[in-house]
Design a protein around this ligand. Structure first.
Ligand code: RB5
Length: 147
């Protein structure tokens, strides 16, 4: 599974930590930046390319991090085909994939610490869309908004 990751300055440290953990766990990781800590950088510059890569299938799943996770989520969901959510709890980390086919998980680097973030990432990556008719029906109504 190829994982894309992106963060602004608010999520930079968590991105470094999660990237290392993902690689140690055997995942291939594509880093969409920021590649250095810059206090005035802007989350859309990193999150939008990540979301496009997820939507096109160039990476399987995405992790988008900013200070709160909110801006990253707002930006990612502007990209057609991206289904991003800000996650802070394990239930949503798997149910968001199982029912809603979430393909980008957003985290707040100033909100959720590394240990819980890594648990959430593993839960997200191990979850699969159930594909049941009612879930597909709901997602088709969402996808129709992108046309
Ligand atoms: C940057 O200071 C901060 O606003 C950003 O990382 C994020 O929290 C936005 O949602």
């Amino acid at each position: 599974m190829r994982i894309g990751i992106a963060a602004d300055h608010g999520g930079f440290e968590l991105k470094v930590q999660l990237t290392a953990a993902l690689k140690t766990a055997g995942y291939e990781v594509e880093d969409f930046g920021a590649h250095e800590l810059a206090a005035d950088d802007d989350y859309p510059d990193f999150v939008v390319p990540l979301a496009r890569a997820v939507a096109s299938g160039n990476v399987t799943r995405g992790l988008a991090i900013c200070g709160s996770g909110v801006g990253a989520c707002v930006a990612a969901n502007k990209v057609p085909g991206a289904r991003a959510a800000l996650i802070t709890d394990p239930f949503s980390a798997h149910q968001g994939v199982e029912d809603d086919n979430m393909n980008i998980m957003c985290l707040g680097g100033r909100v959720t610490g590394y240990a819980l973030s890594w648990d959430l990432v593993r839960t997200f990556l191990n979850a699969n869309f159930k594909g049941e008719e009612r879930f597909k029906r709901r997602l088709a109504k969402v996808a129709a908004l992108e046309k």
